[in-house]
Design a protein around this ligand. Structure first.
Ligand SMILES: Nc1ncnc2c1ncn2[C@@H]1O[C@H](COP(=O)(O)OP(=O)(O)OP(=O)(O)O)[C@@H](O)[C@H]1O
Ligand SMILES: [Mg+2]
Length: 399
């Protein structure tokens, strides 16, 4: 008997009969993914016989049998929705000769499908491919409706992150949430930083004072993995104050970010260093999240220094252009349009920890107006213009 290479089999094939040749070979069990195993389990529960062919170069990874019907199934587990390009080959396969043994195909995704997938299948009248979404321990077959429903109920996540410490992440996260709330958005704050600064500053949350005949909104502070104890609200916007050490942030949250604000400063010594920090920050975010739109925002701007700021801004902007050429989903928020100015209110934000008063945001008016309130409202305006967050304004959904 020649020395045969080990036979690679999947978990799901363990109970299949071995051929005589296989009895004389060593067996290597290839681990199917958790998702694939869950899909197999659910399909078997629906009385399908399932055989995994993962590991073999095919357009599908499961073969399903029921009532003499044979179906090719493709299980996709990825961070983003399955796009048309990703299943184009599977569609071609199902309409080609090599799929002659099959009566049709199923694509199972854990994140859903883009709208183009649904439109294409509908417009081309493709009936031999069914789509399903695997969520938790359920397979949803009416998945277009399920996808849209999920989109409607889904929160929008905004991370505030830079890998440099002390540049205003916590300050920006809190006040951006405040400005969203002032504009009638339903918002909560998540403290991802292990130092728990947000929680130290705001406890379980903060109320905005009532204004203009409107009731003051409440912004809850949530610690991942802990129940807030005060409310079970699921808000439309979730603003995350990140840990400056990237790996200290839970991956689950990093992947959920739709947008990310990257604060930086406009100082001569910092410019080159900051451009490096921004680059490193982008690289880190992209390790986990390829879809989030990234916004570089100047914090602590000394607004009266117009000439110097103009020059420094030109330099940083040029540095940034090199980055945006490589990554189209990033934007430099020009400080001529929006920046967070240096202000005493923001510097002493948190003073309540020392004078024993209750937590507030730095939106109080001194003299004519509050700089932070103006700046953060302008930031929300900016985000509304450059993203589609405005469509997400709708009020709280209960879990
Ligand atoms: N625009 C501003 N004007 C004045 N002071 C500011 C401004 N932004 C932030 N600060 C002050 O800078 C300090 C650091 O800010 P903050 O704690 O928000 O930074 P951070 O990036 O969250 O820090 P860490 O990396 O430690 O989490 C705070 O004392 C804050 O009050
Ligand atoms: Mg912080």
């Amino acid at each position: 008997m020649p020395n045969l290479p080990p036979k690679r089999i999947r978990w799901s094939e363990l109970l299949d009969d071995l051929t005589d040749t296989d009895r004389n070979r060593s067996i290597v069990i290839e681990r199917t993914t958790e998702t694939e195993r869950m899909a197999i389990f659910l399909l078997r529960r629906d009385n399908w016989s399932v055989r995994s062919v993962s590991g073999v170069q095919r357009e599908y990874n499961l073969e399903l049998f029921k009532y003499r019907r044979q179906i090719a199934a493709k299980v996709v587990n990825q961070r983003n929705k399955v796009s048309l390009g990703q299943i184009e080959k599977f569609i071609d396969f199902l309409s080609g000769e090599s799929s002659a043994d099959f009566d049709g195909g199923i694509c199972i995704s854990t994140t859903g499908f883009t709208r183009s997938v649904y439109s294409y299948l509908r417009d081309e009248n493709i009936t031999n491919l069914k789509l399903a979404i695997l969520e938790g321990s359920e397979l949803h077959w009416n998945c277009e409706e399920f996808d849209h429903e999920k989109e409607r109920n889904r929160s929008t996540y905004i991370g505030v992150f830079t890998c440099k410490g002390g540049v205003g992440k916590t300050t920006i996260a809190a006040h951006l949430a405040g400005a969203f709330a002032l504009n009638g958005y339903d918002v909560s704050l998540v403290d991802l930083d292990r130092q728990r600064n947000m929680q130290k500053l705001l406890g379980k949350g903060v109320y905005l004072p009532p204004a203009g005949g409107r009731k003051g909104a409440r912004i809850d502070v949530i610690i991942p993995g802990e129940t807030n104890g005060t409310s079970d609200r699921k808000t439309k916007f979730v603003i995350c104050d990140c840990n400056p050490e990237f790996d200290g942030n839970p991956t689950g949250f990093l992947r959920r970010f739709d947008y990310c604000i990257v604060p930086t400063s406009l100082s001569p010594l910092g410019i080159n260093k900051n451009a490096d920090v921004i680059k490193r920050t982008f690289d880190l975010i992209r390790k986990e999240n390829t879809k989030a739109q990234l916004f570089v925002l100047i914090n602590g701007l000394q607004s009266e220094e117009k000439k110097r700021n103009h020059l420094l801004n030109q330099v940083l902007k040029t540095e940034f252009e090199a980055l945006s050429n490589k990554d189209s989903r990033c934007r430099y928020v020009d400080p001529d349009e929006v920046a967070i100015r240096f202000s005493k209110q923001l510097l002493y934000w948190g003073f309540h920890l020392f004078d024993g008063t209750s937590p507030t945001l730095a939106f109080r008016t001194y003299g004519r107006y509050s700089h932070p309130r103006m700046d953060f409202l302008k930031l929300v305006d900016y985000l509304e213009r450059h993203t589609d967050i405005e469509n997400d304004r709708s009020v709280a959904a209960r879990f």
